[in-house]
Design a protein around this ligand. Sequence first.
Ligand code: MLT
Length: 405
Amino acid sequence: MYVNGNFSKLSKNYLFTEIAARIKRYETQTGKKALRLSVGDVVYPLPSVVVQAMIRAAKEMGKASTFRGYGEERGYAFLRQAVAADYERRGVFVDADDVFISDGAKSDCGNLTELFSEKNTVLLPDPVYPVYFDSSVLSGKKTAFFRADEKTGYLPMPNEKTRADVIYLCSPNNPTGAAYSREQLAQWVAYANGRGAVILYDASYAAFIDEAQAREGIARSIYEIEGAKSCAIEISSFSKSAGFTGVRCAYSIVPSALKRNGVSLKEAWARRQATKFNGVSYVTQRAAEAALSAEGRDKNAEIVKKYMGNARILKDTLRRNGCTCTGGEFAPYIWCKRPFGKSDDEFFDGLLYGAGIACTPGYGFGKGGAGYFRFSAFCFEEAAKEAAVLIDAFFKKHAVESQRL
Ligand code: MLT
């Protein structure tokens, strides 16, 4: 018997499991509660229209006449159509039949690697959401990296040397908050179509791009680009846009036009899902449908604004304390150069034990993230304001102490 040897190529713990353990250790040792600006987990409760939809659906499940057993593996038509209608409102045509409902963008980002042979090279931005790397490695793929650093504006572009079969793009980006323009994405689409590569486009944070930014050319979907349906799968989620991190619902769009070596990736994905997945619960899908209703959209848009307001508070605070940071414009993540400390871990501990604030150390998102840390603005406004006071005091104390040395 042989265990999948690829596990040995991963760090011992998944990034956010490790951070949670360190926060727990701090809280146990000090008896204090950390202010969590680490994992991007939502805090605002679900809008009433969503909760009411869940209650109605749960009641249907309690009556013989409306009870439902297995649903369609790819999701109920009512939700797939609601997703397609949501794209249509943004001027993008998506066929409801190409939409596959799932329990999370994380699962899809990992599972979609099963579509591709081990012979492929997967190109990953560095730094980026660690799930792409971990899943590619676990499924035995070769990985290559392109730097998403200050020099590339955190948005790397293909060039004549780029060699990739599968490319993960995350826009707005986790962790840097940078977002591709339509013009930039058009270059990626041309590259992928020209080479026969496939783009896995993670648009989980698209709802944080506002109307004005979209008008100015920032893309909310890769399908805004002509030709994208023959080279890209788009993954998106209700987690961050509708407060569903605990409810669990997302989707991937695998267009009918996407074929490689005569194989329809849509048919392959449908086959994979039918074998390994029994769909998302009816109650959850009704909740997601309600999140896409006019009322659901309005209420969630208010919450999105609150998170972006928190991002402004945190970014302003870091900047007035002399930090170099980016992000907070298209996603509620602030990506900041580590201002002091010999390592990301030393800074993480310093901030946690010195100010009671948990961040995410940059190296957790890849080698290219070393020397940075990320703040998540998925918190209540009061927490962002409290963090601002604590950060000011932390930097003041550090300045005094370093003068003494
Ligand atoms: C993050 O903090 O990067 C995200 O919450 C992780 C996730 O969405 O799985």
